[in-house]
Design a protein. Structure first.
Ligand code: SAM
Length: 252
């Protein structure tokens, strides 16, 4: 599924929480003490995190497969007249920077890795991500923790959620279903605001943090921390909703 169309248009309204984006950018910024250290975001989207990291003085290169999401980001870059964020339309499983450029930080947050539909594509993206990390550089991946989600589906075949967005005078209704392979969740969303109803599908392809960890470690980086959130709460297999896995390249 693509983030183009309705999803791109309402994405910033759905993920509007300042504190959530700030805690992500603070965690990532602390890994790059040097002001000019450069970062690569895989699945940059509308720049929710990248713009905050750029505001800390870090040049960012961002890759995203959705032109719709990049159009929203481009509008913000024009509005704030910033050249600190360089944007590329591409697939994180295959995208390569020009030349030999490496990054002090490569990151992919809010489950962008779970947008890739197969484990092979997720593995390819992680291998590429590792190859782009400079010596002493970091890789950080945030995604959905499979066990709690699977536990929900052990009890009900599908779930329905309704969230209110008073800042946008809107409501998001979501219907979630687990595919037979127990690896993918399909979310059928309806965003309702004064302009009517907008439908969009989202697919989440679950990947366990320990699988990510073994792929990344096979590719030369060491696990520096596995957390349950951006405040570094300990990861718990059964209660962590989104995990944060941080890695470091200590030698080539
Ligand atoms: C949940 S959004 C996260 C966006 C942004 N990182 C944030 O934190 O708000 C997932 C993003 O990954 C992008 N994406 C999905 N598949 C991709 C792929 N194969 N390569 C690059 N980006 C992809 C989507 O277009 C979307 O912008």
């Amino acid at each position: 599924m693509s983030y183009d169309g309705h999803y791109a248009n309402v994405y910033d309204q759905i993920f509007h929480q300042e504190d959530m984006a700030r805690s992500t950018a603070d965690f990532l910024g602390a890994l790059m003490p040097e002001h000019s250290a450069k970062a690569l975001e895989l699945g940059i989207g509308t720049g929710r995190v990248a713009l905050r990291l750029a505001a800390k003085g870090h040049p960012i290169v961002g890759v995203d497969a959705s032109q719709g999401m990049l159009d929203v980001l481009q509008e913000k870059l024009t509005e704030f007249d910033t050249s600190a964020v360089e944007v590329h339309l591409g697939d994180m499983a295959t995208w390569e920077p020009l030349g030999e450029e490496k990054f002090e930080l490569v990151y992919s947050v809010l489950g962008s890795i779970a947008c890739l539909p197969t484990l092979d594509q997720q593995r390819a993206a992680l291998i590429r991500a590792c190859a782009n990390v400079a010596d002493e550089g970091h890789l950080v991946i945030e995604s959905y923790n499979p066990p709690p989600l699977l536990r929900v589906f052990d009890q009900v075949p599908s779930f329905e959620a309704r969230a209110e967005y008073p800042h946008a005078a809107a409501q998001l209704h979501s219907l979630g279903k687990l595919d037979d392979n127990r690896l993918s969740v399909t979310l059928d969303h309806t965003w309702s605001d004064g302009g009517g109803d907008r439908n969009f599908l989202e697919q989440v392809h679950l990947i366990d943090p320990h699988i990510i960890s073994s792929i990344v470690q096979e590719n030369g980086l060491e696990l520096s921390g596995l957390y349950g959130d951006w405040s570094r709460s300990p990861y718990d297999e059964f209660t962590t909703a989104m995990f944060v896995a941080a890695f470091k390249r200590t030698h080539t």
